[in-house]
Design a protein around this ligand. Structure first.
Ligand code: NAP
Length: 345
């Protein structure tokens, strides 16, 4: 059965998802779109050859009985209202990060979903579908390196614009490490601290860059994540897990190697969209497949969205205080205890 999607927010990533559902993935179709910028929503019909209805807002789109599921790809502050309205309308939701911009907002979604009685929501933390991270998780779970003790991660972008602020390093950049690192080791965060090395001359006047974020888990694993958004040379994601018996690392991006002008080398990506393209495909395919198979999505949950929000808030506090800050999560509801392995990973 084809899953009929309504899209709330037809900006950059909304369009990427429309394209992959329409042209690449199996089992989905876009039947409705909306955006605060009505012209943008209308434009998707011609751009992607959609046979879809353009609605003035999320509420009218959700009232369409032909819509089975929605993609919430509007800007972050609008996510919570759209997700709550979708749960109220008993529709499945794939929501891009953030689930909501506050921990309280995420909890409202958690409570609404629990009240509904079965999972409806998947959050777009696509790294869990990246084959490199999946291999790391398998190695950790198979005890290939014994107990994990430490993780060293790096998130490097070639450059950022003048509008990128110091706290965006947490909300927009680190947020993906926040989600994937605790998932890798199946542990909860306990504390976070942020330190600032010597500032890069490429960082604009008001931006602190690079930053080192140290996360400690309840189980005692210490993770250091370098955020370095003006590294110039490329978009580079690194992750090394150090265990009692060995070390496993994220594979390098696959590219040809070259020998030229007395050099031996390979290419480094410059655009973040290219790095996780397969993971974006897999997360949405899994969303459709698991709902068809089990009646529920199988990927990152509303609770994962809540963990990310609480951890990001504590990291922002740590940016400002320079101190080690506590990450205080509420008790995980049993509703979310099912394993969230990727069906298609
Ligand atoms: P974008 O290009 O600015 O697109 C957002 C779109 O939503 C714009 O067309 C915007 O209209 C519209 N919008 C704003 N409020 C709305 C509302 N209340 N109802 C309907 N439409 C609304 O941003 P983007 O880059 O696509 O990002 C969208 C979301 O995806 C963000 O939350 C972002 O963090 C997330 N994201 C995730 C990843 C990832 O790696 N998983 C990557 C990129 C983005 P206006 O332009 O008129 O404001």
């Amino acid at each position: 059965m084809t899953m009929r999607f309504g899209v709330i927010g037809t900006g950059a990533i909304g369009r990427e998802h429309i394209k992959r559902i329409s042209n690449k993935l199996a089992g989905g179709k876009i039947v409705a779109v909306t955006d605060v910028n009505q012209a943008s929503a209308e434009d998707t019909l011609e751009t992607f050859g959609l046979d879809a209805t353009v609605y003035p807002d999320d509420k009218t789109l959700l009232a369409d009985p032909t819509v089975d599921a929605v993609l919430v790809t509007s800007w972050g502050p609008a996510h919570e209202a759209s997700v709550l309205a979708a749960i109220e309308a008993k529709k499945y939701v794939f929501v891009e990060k953030p689930l909501a911009t506050t921990a309280e907002g995420c909890m409202r979604i958690v409570e609404a979903e629990i009240k509904h009685g079965k999972r409806l929501v998947q959050v777009g933390f696509m790294r869990r579908y990246d084959s490199g991270y999946v291999q790391l998780k398998e190695a950790i779970e198979n005890k290939f390196i014994g107990e994990p003790l430490m993780i060293r991660a790096a998130h490097r972008n070639p450059e950022v614009g003048e509008n990128y602020t110091t706290d965006m390093a947490i909300h927009d950049t680190l947020i993906h490490e926040i989600d994937v690192l605790h998932w890798l080791v199946n542990d909860d965060y306990k504390t976070v601290q942020v330190t600032y090395p010597k500032k890069s001359k490429h960082a604009h006047e008001n931006l602190k860059d690079p930053q080192i974020v140290t996360l400690e888990t309840e189980g005692g694993i210490v993770m250091s994540a370098e955020i370095n958004v003006n590294c110039k040379y490329g978009y580079d994601i690194q992750c090394e897990v150090i265990g009692e018996e060995g070390v496993v690392s994220l594979p390098e991006f696959q590219s040809i190697s070259f020998r030229k002008n007395a050099m031996f080398g390979t290419n480094v990506l410059m655009d973040w969209k290219d790095r996780f393209i397969d993971a974006y495909d897999k997360e949405l395919q899994d969303f459709m497949d698991s709902i068809k198979l089990t009646g529920e999505p199988n990927g990152p949950t509303s609770w994962d969205g809540y963990i990310a929000a609480v951890t990001a808030d504590a990291a922002i506090k740590a940016q400002n205080s320079g101190e080690k800050e506590q990450i205080s999560l509420k008790e995980k509801p049993a509703f979310y205890n099912k394993q969230t392995e990727a069906v298609n990973a």
